[in-house]
Design a protein around this ligand. Structure first.
Ligand SMILES: Nc1ncnc2c1ncn2[C@@H]1O[C@H](COP(=O)(O)OP(=O)(O)OP(=O)(O)O)[C@@H](O)[C@H]1O
Ligand SMILES: Cc1ncc(COP(=O)(O)O)c(N)n1
Length: 478
């Protein structure tokens, strides 16, 4: 049976959160999605601009229009805005009694904007006792439990158990707001805590994760899964959706997640990565397992969160300085080999930039040039060998360096903060000019790959993949 799932929530015209995220999620889990709007929110990935609330009587009319006609298998409650709207929803729930009701007690958006009247917090607390599952994030849990916000998993679990006991309901505790390499959640009742582990993705595309998770839970529960099994399935999907969010390239703020990433993988022309039909897009996709290992490696994680020991960072920078010296030389060789004048100019500019700007950044930290470590030497030997194969293979081998760093910079810079010890490093690689240069390099490599013979393209593919593996080894070395 296809579960018929109703979202009662606010809107996000940019499509990442609220009702728009709910409908995508319900569809992604095979449900039939329906939506009743509580509030119209003028918002995007950067924040909320204004909120328009239609008269409460109109909310009642929308709810009745659905329930007078359609059998509802599950309800997901999101932004309820204020007490008059909550009262209408409570009266409707009493009358219709849908078998599954999940409450995402939305209070404040990721951007910090309030989505619930402070005066309505007590009404939300009362509503918790009338639903089957509540999915608060840590600040919301603190309000509902009447305690300061938890900063550890143990404190969060205590608050979730207190809420579950006080309301006699099940609590989905979300650990997204805690720091660490994992992002665990848990199904919590007064008697038991059942955690579900998850990888933490380094990214800024988390807009609407809470909305999407609660809709996934409502849909899976209506499909017959226990809360715990539902969370296992929802979390695996959500982690993938967060990972694929950046490739959607939607908005300048906290971008949305890719609700349909699992479908795109099977439908080549629907892939979110705009480069997928191109040579570089395929090479990038094929390198996903290596790039996942880069993201997961301790050095990269601790560089991002600032906990890396200064000595390890200094060692890495010294090796990077060694690398950049020869990398600049190889870019100059690419300029010499390029046929088209604009390609010659691009690689030459890159060579100068690599020599001047990046070396200047490194001189601030590195005293004296050490010898190349084995990982550095192996990477550079690979690039020199690629040069001996000619222009096509050389530029394919050079590409991962700028592309991988642009991709990492764009995502890691989300963790920049005023006293971040490696903030300057993060900002260098997140700089729009650096991203632009990586994009241009990519388009040149695509042009060259298109004109290459199939043997030439195969050699380019092997060179690109090998460079990615050397990048990983470089990050694993310190
Ligand atoms: N960077 C991340 N990597 C992996 N999972 C994450 C990440 N951030 C959040 N999550 C997961 O997303 C879900 C939502 O968690 P979070 O605690 O951020 O809730 P929220 O604040 O309500 O979300 P929202 O961003 O919609 O406001 C949880 O399953 C959490 O574990
Ligand atoms: C209508 C609506 N509902 C919920 C959220 C919370 O989502 P997020 O915290 O990811 O901004 C939102 N921004 N808008």
């Amino acid at each position: 049976m296809t579960p018929r799932v109703l979202s009662i929530a606010g809107t996000d015209p940019s499509g990442g959160a609220g009702i728009q995220a709910d409908l995508k999620t319900i569809g992604a889990f095979g449900g039939y999605g329906m939506a009743v709007v509580t509030a119209l929110v003028a918002q995007n990935t950067e924040g909320v601009r204004s909120v328009h609330v239609p008269p409460p009587a109109f909310l009642a009319e929308q709810l009745d229009a659905v329930s007078d006609d359609v059998v509802i298998d599950a309800v997901k409650l999101g932004m309820l805005h204020s007490t008059p709207l909550i009262d209408i929803v409570v009266a409707w729930l009493e009358r219709v009694r849908p078998p599954v009701v999940v409450l995402d007690p939305v209070m404040v958006a990721t951007s910090g904007d309030r989505l619930l009247d402070a005066a309505a917090e007590a009404a939300i607390r009362r509503l918790c006792a009338r639903v089957d599952l509540v999915t608060p994030n840590l600040p919301e849990l603190a309000v509902l439990a009447g305690q300061p916000e938890a900063t550890t998993w143990a404190a969060a679990v205590d608050q979730a158990q207190a809420l579950a006991a006080a309301t006699d309901t099940v609590v989905l505790l979300k650990g997204g707001h805690l720091a660490g390499a994992t992002s665990a959640d848990a199904v919590v009742t007064a008697e038991a805590v059942r955690p579900v582990e998850g990888r933490r993705v380094i990214t800024t595309t988390t807009h609407g994760t809470g909305c999407s998770l609660s809709s996934a839970m409502a849909t899976l529960r209506a499909s017959g899964f226990s809360w715990f099994d539902a969370l296992g399935h929802a979390k695996e999907w959500l982690t993938g959706a967060i990972e694929h969010g950046a490739a959607l390239e939607v908005g300048r703020g906290n971008g949305p997640i890719d609700h349909f990433h699992h479908l795109r993988e099977h439908v080549p022309h629907l892939r979110a990565d705009v480069g997928s039909p191109t040579w570089t897009g395929r090479a990038w996709d094929d390198s996903a397992p290596v790039r996942d290992r880069v993201d997961a490696c301790e050095f990269v994680r601790r560089l991002g969160d600032g906990t890396l020991e200064p000595e390890r960072f200094a060692w890495y920078l010294a090796q990077d300085a060694v690398y950049l010296g020869e990398y600049a030389e190889l870019l100059a060789r690419a300029a010499a080999l390029a046929g088209a004048p604009e390609e010659q100019a691009f690689w030459a500019r890159g060579s100068v930039a690599a020599q001047e700007e990046e070396m200047r950044l490194h001189r601030a930290w590195v005293a004296g040039m050490p010898a190349a470590a084995p990982a550095t030497r192996a990477y550079l030997d690979h690039l020199h060998a690629a040069h001996r194969h000619g222009y096509e293979v050389l530029i394919a081998a050079l590409l991962p360096c700028s592309w991988l760093y642009a991709d990492l910079g764009r995502r890691l810079v989300a963790q920049d903060r005023p006293a971040h010890p490696y903030g300057a490093w993060l900002r260098t690689y997140a700089d729009p000019a650096f991203l632009d240069a990586a994009e241009t390099a990519r388009s040149i490599v695509d042009r060259v790959a298109e004109a290459a013979s199939s043997d030439g393209r195969n050699a380019m593919t092997a060179a690109f993949a090998a460079s990615m593996r050397h990048e990983l080894a470089f990050f694993e070395a310190p």
